[in-house]
Design a binder for this molecule. Structure first.
Ligand code: ATP
Ligand code: MG
Ligand code: MG
Length: 429
């Protein structure tokens, strides 16, 4: 993809916008862009630089994303709504063409990384609740104040950040920015991985220092030690990646959302609204708590991925009401006129609370309470799903679980939860 119309190749020390931003290291990439940590020499702070591929369709997509992000920034001057902030944007011409660049506030690791660091075992429910509250504030802002549908909500598109005093920024306190391209070989005699490792180690040490934990989060008796970093510093998350977002009254695409987080009305082409984000939110909350995706549909002999997806939904949530099942432009492909799936005839029903107990070893109480929170969000009837604002009032969000060790006054070591100690948590604006 590093060719005409594709990505712009960046090297450490490259400068952008007339020398204002200096590339430090690559943070990530997607289908549309590469994202770099850059140093803003004008404001003396780190930013994330999203450099779009140059072909017209990518430029078009970037303009759309800039328009959405600008509306988001305009209505939230204090940047308190858990949505990524667009700081600036400009064009950059390189050998592969002209690239639109977005300057975004620099955030930390995604919730997907958090799930991975926890070895796909699920995150402590108290933390899931805190993360859910942040996501809901972001969604409520998008839905009720701006009329924007995110349309691609998932753990990968939610990034952590720290709300602590910026003077304690783990990166800023432990790091000198690279201001020019190092001489010698392309990376100036040090390989990227060395720079990256150094950066990561420093950031980790600084976080550990701030929160009063040791830098090396040791393993005690085979169990990773503690989640204290997360408890000690104030961590939120923010919604990112507005490349697929749309205004509720100006919908463009018919097929939205990443497969596993896609709402039934999108599959059936029955029309959609902001409640599709609430469906994805429930899938995300489930994944945080269990470490596994809620639905992983696969095509099989004689049935498509879509039909498997619908079957999985019904096995977990009960039969879809006939009216809804047959109500979409695509319904005839999957359902007969009775509202039964055409090719998948025998469904194995297992309600959510049973699944949580049987497969994920939740206590009966935890399973029951969590299912009571999630099920309304997964209503087949989109208009019956609670809005983000409504969902914020749910009692589940304010339950505090004490686990066995805490009850005994011991530290929480039996839950596999490396927590944030190994993650990168950066300071917001
Ligand atoms: P996609 O194919 O998912 O649409 P994209 O090209 O639109 O990708 P993004 O998802 O916006 O790009 O960003 C790609 C990756 O860069 C993210 O998954 C994340 O790891 C990283 N990233 C994006 N924005 C930031 C930020 N503000 N701070 C830190 N890292 C970021
Ligand atoms: Mg993305
Ligand atoms: Mg995108």
């Amino acid at each position: 993809s590093y060719r005409k119309g594709g990505y712009h190749a960046v090297r450490v020390g490259d400068s952008f916008a007339g020398g204002r931003y200096i590339a430090q290291r690559k943070l990530g990439w997607g289908q549309f862009s590469t994202v770099w940590l850059a140093y803003d020499t004008q404001c003396s702070k780190y930013v994330a630089l999203k450099i779009q591929k140059s072909a017209p369709q990518f430029a078009q997509a970037a303009l759309h994303e800039i328009e959405v992000l600008s509306a988001i920034a305009d209505r939230d001057p204090s940047n308190s709504k858990y949505v990524v902030r667009l700081i600036n944007h400009f064009k950059h011409t390189g050998p592969n063409g002209q690239h639109l660049c977005m300057v975004l506030e620099f955030l930390g690791d995604s919730l997907l990384r958090l799930i991975r660091y926890n070895r796909y075992k699920g995150i402590d429910l108290n933390k899931v609740r805190e993360i859910c509250k942040c996501i809901l504030i972001g969604l409520d802002y998008l839905h009720s104040e701006l009329g924007i549908i995110h349309a691609d909500l998932k753990p990968e598109n939610i990034l952590l950040f720290s709300t602590i005093d910026p003077s304690k920024d783990p990166i800023r306190s432990g790091l000198t920015p690279i201001l020019e391209r190092p001489e010698g070989n392309p990376n100036g005699g040090v390989t990227m991985s060395v720079i990256e490792k150094k950066l990561k180690r420093r950031a980790r040490r600084a976080v550990a220092r701030l929160s009063g934990t040791r830098a090396s989060m040791g393993v005690v008796g085979g169990t990773p030690k503690s989640e204290r970093c997360l408890d000690a510093i104030d961590v939120g998350c923010k919604l990112v990646d507005f490349g697929n977002a749309c205004w509720a009254d100006k919908q463009l695409a018919e097929e939205i959302q990443t497969r596993q987080y896609r709402a039934p009305e999108v599959i059936l082409r029955s029309g959609y609204s902001s409640s599709v984000d609430m469906w994805s939110f429930a899938c995300t909350a489930f994944e945080l708590a269990t470490g596994e995706m809620m639905f992983t549909p696969k095509s099989g002999q004689g049935f498509s991925e879509d039909e498997d997806h619908l079957a999985l939904m019904m096995e977990l949530l009960g039969k879809m009401p006939r009216k809804i099942a047959i109500g979409g432009a695509q319904s005839k492909d999957y359902f007969d006129r009775h509202g039964d799936l055409k090719r998948i005839r025998r469904l194995k029903y297992r309600p959510l609370d049973r699944l949580l107990v049987d497969k994920f070893k939740f206590s009966d109480t935890d399973a029951h309470e969590f299912a009571k929170f999630l099920c309304p969000l997964l209503d087949f009837s989109p208009e019956k799903r609670p809005t983000a604002q409504h969902c914020m009032q749910h009692p589940w969000l304010n339950i505090k679980n004490l686990n066995q060790n805490e009850l005994k006054g011991e530290s929480n070591v039996d839950k596999v939860d490396v927590g944030m100690s190994k993650l990168q948590i950066n300071v917001g604006q």
